[in-house]
Design a protein around this ligand. Structure first.
Ligand code: SF4
Ligand code: SF4
Length: 412
């Protein structure tokens, strides 16, 4: 079963707001969702594990009481599910409390914070969600996940239940105009697994057609790929490259598949950082347990035990956190990745590494994505060669380079 992390599905429409300088703190407010997406990694979704107010308050109090341990300049308070907006009343109370407490304590995060959401978009238009948005608009980042055309979206993003399969496209698409009106720079996140490959080209163009200018797209990290998928993937990306260039979309639309920074060897000394922020982030669930990322909570793991690094009563256990702070590219990559000619942009998910490892270790990199990354690099080279040739012929290269702000490769 294809799995992908909902954390991976997050598009932070804050983009890179305070990138590298913000602490990311995630509340798993519910493990329930209206949908049962086929690629969803959440093996333990249920309707019972909803966060209570006392647990949420205890987490906030611990974090704000320990300002010396949370020294990052800014903070992103992230809300995840399941579907977070199912718990909008709790979220509203949490956000009000955070704002009041940061002010009362004269905390250094006061006025340097975001509330961030990745939502399936189904409840976006409801009164309660809209009131919350109105109240907090200037500090919000909201990404709605829509996978592309109706066909592509409904392949995976179906309602849960025992009846005939029912896709959610229409219920999400009707809220896209309202979302874009409120967050004009809003981007979406598309997740690709094996059955989705034939729809990539038309789906990205469809999302552009809906008015979404930034499409962040990535392949699942799990070992779902079939023989020949890499070739199909490359073909789709080449077709999409042609469509973007011939249609002139490259001027003000972006697709994270194409990046000038991918597909190069990496220097083992200066480019040795871990791919993702697991361990530097903090997640808390309904039981009040802390995790290095939501991907280490029990409901996210297929085959391993959760890794709990503390709880709201006793705080963070630094000894349990320490291995995560040791992670870098060298400590977990196999030799072929260290010597790889196209290593830059080849991502990994720490949680999937752990889940897929032969033993319960976080120091074994999963490489199921290898052939897909190499295919992406080939298509990416084609895209930039073609684009720059066109720009040079038209005398627009300089202008493009000064305007061009690249969508960074996704790293959740
Ligand atoms: S997984 Fe494959 S493409 Fe990625 S760095 Fe390793 S060898 Fe290179
Ligand atoms: S482990 Fe890393 S890549 Fe995986 S979901 Fe967590 S932050 Fe994202």
């Amino acid at each position: 079963m294809p799995k992908s992390s909902e954390k991976d599905l997050i598009y932070k429409s804050s983009g890179d707001w305070q990138s590298g300088m913000a602490k990311n703190i995630t509340f798993i407010v519910t493990k329930d969702c209206q949908l049962a997406c086929k690629y969803c990694y959440l093996v333990g979704k249920n309707e019972k594990e909803r966060m209570s107010w006392p647990v949420a308050k205890a987490a906030i109090d611990y974090i704000l009481d320990n300002e010396d341990k949370f020294r990052e300049q800014s903070v992103v308070w992230d809300f995840i599910g399941g579907e977070p907006f199912l718990e909008i009343e709790l979220i509203d109370r949490i956000c009000d409390y955070i704002k009041a407490e940061m002010f009362r304590r004269n905390h250094h995060w006061f006025d340097s914070y975001r509330f961030s959401f990745s939502t399936n978009g189904i409840n976006y238009h409801t009164d309660k969600v809209q009131q919350f948005i109105k109240k907090n608009h200037s500090h919000l980042s909201i990404g709605i996940t829509i996978d592309g055309t109706r066909l592509k979206h409904d392949l995976n993003r179906i309602y849960k239940g025992d009846g005939p399969e029912r896709g959610s496209y229409d219920d999400v698409a009707r809220n896209i105009p309202l979302w874009l009106e409120q967050f004009p720079g809003g981007g979406t996140k598309v997740t690709i697994s094996s059955p989705d490959i034939p729809y990539i080209n038309e789906s990205v163009l469809h999302l552009y057609g809906l008015g979404i200018h930034e499409v962040n797209i990535n392949c699942v990290f799990e070992d779902v790929w079939k023989e020949g998928d890499d070739k199909l993937f490359e073909d789709q990306l080449m077709q999409l490259a042609d469509a973007i260039i011939d249609g002139g979309y490259y001027t003000d639309y972006a697709c994270s598949f194409y990046s000038e920074n991918i597909g190069k060897p990496l220097d083992p000394v200066t480019e040795n950082q871990n791919w993702c922020g697991a361990g530097k982030m903090l997640s808390v669930d309904a039981a009040g347990n802390f995790y290095p990322c939501t991907r280490f909570a029990a409901y996210s793991l297929r085959s391993k035990r959760p890794i709990i690094i503390g709880n709201v009563r006793d705080g963070i256990d630094e000894n349990k956190l320490r291995p995560f702070l040791m992670l870098d590219r060298l400590t977990q990559s196999p030799p072929q990745c260290l010597d790889c000619e196209v290593a830059s942009g080849c991502a990994w998910c720490q949680g999937e590494n752990y889940d897929a490892a032969a033993t319960p270790t976080i120091f074994q990199r999963a490489t199921a994505i290898c052939l897909m990354h190499k295919a992406r690099v080939r298509a990416n080279n084609y895209y930039w060669n073609r684009l720059y040739r066109k720009l040079e012929l038209e005398g627009e290269r300089e202008q493009f380079e000064s305007n061009h702000s690249e969508v960074k490769p996704d790293n959740c």
